[in-house]
Design a protein around this ligand. Structure first.
Ligand code: AMP
Length: 287
């Protein structure tokens, strides 16, 4: 397919299986990017990277009801399929899987659920009970449908990335994960499909998340307490930021580090601006 033409849109599991089987039979490797659509430059970084590491790219666009809790933003989650297809076509992506909810859950809500375990109940999982079970279950289904050689996941959703890797290890899923770095706005705000909900004042205040992460990174050579204090200093100054958590976790376990921990760690932050929940993270080095 030439660049600029729209991707082939596959709406059924059977159509994906058939298309991927034919690509595989031709000896081509498959790189898959799962998304919920409302695509931005962060998602585009995935498909651009995918072009470098494999032969055939496929992107799924599916807003998975199972990972949204009651009272969350499932109904208002942005759906921009037409623009998404245009963007993916412009990057030469040949296939999009855009199933309906009924296609993904034909017999109603999944009775078989992948449990994200203890780490799935912390941080994002504490704020959104059941969220990561919903994520892992749909990711397992999607991987079984597409059967890619490589799947891309963003560092932006650090806890999700940790849990997906853990599932792939625990369940021996035959796929390699390619991690895509966080794409940010010029002022540091991590791109997110939810940023469009911020009004002008919230948008300005949203910079505070990445500023707090930077402050923690700069102070980290002086140890954990210094890093946490620096982040808190940045966050306290912005009344529009309703902080949920700022934690520094061990990348190997995703549990909070104590002050004996030296070396690489992940600073993670979540906050609400109005009714919009944002998350961000950064690798830091504790001295
Ligand atoms: P979503 O559509 O939000 O489910 O995200 C689909 C994929 O894009 C996930 O692997 C996310 O981690 C990744 N992603 C989201 N935002 C960004 C970003 N700013 N930079 C890079 N990847 C991202």
């Amino acid at each position: 397919m030439s660049e600029g033409s729209r991707p082939v849109v596959l709406e059924t599991v059977a159509a994906v299986r058939e298309a991927m089987a034919s690509e595989r039979a031709s000896g081509r490797s498959i790189v898959y990017t799962p998304t919920m659509g409302a695509l931005h430059a962060g998602h585009i970084a995935h498909v651009d990277r995918a072009a470098e590491i494999g032969d055939v790219r496929i992107v799924s666009i599916f807003v998975n009801p199972m990972q949204f809790g009651a009272g969350e933003d499932l109904d208002r989650y942005p759906r921009t399929l037409d623009d998404d297809l245009e963007n993916l076509g412009a990057r030469g992506v040949p296939y999009v899987f855009a199933p309906s909810v009924a296609e993904m859950y034909p017999t109603g809500p999944s009775q078989t659920v992948v449990s994200a375990g203890k780490i799935g109940t912390l941080y994002e999982g504490a704020a959104r009970p059941g969220h990561f079970d919903g994520v892992l279950t749909v990711v397992a289904k999607l991987l079984n449908i597409v059967q890619p050689d490589v799947v891309t996941f963003g560092q932006k959703d650090a806890q999700q990335l940790f849990l997906v890797r853990r599932m792939i290890t625990d369940l021996n899923l035959p796929v390699r994960v390619e991690v895509i770095p966080i794409v940010r706005e010029d002022d540091g705000l991590a791109l997110s499909s939810r940023n469009r909900f911020l009004d002008a004042n919230q948008r300005r205040a949203a910079r505070t998340l990445s500023i707090a992460l930077e402050a923690a990174a700069s102070a980290a050579e002086r140890g954990l307490d210094a890093a946490l204090a620096a982040a808190q200093g940045a966050l306290m100054g912005e009344p529009l930021v309703d902080l949920d958590y700022f934690k520094i976790v061990d990348p190997a376990t995703f549990l909070p580090v104590d002050d004996r921990h030296k070396g690489r760690a992940t600073a993670i932050v979540a906050a609400k601006l109005g009714s919009t929940r944002l998350i961000d993270n950064e690798m830091i080095h504790l001295g």
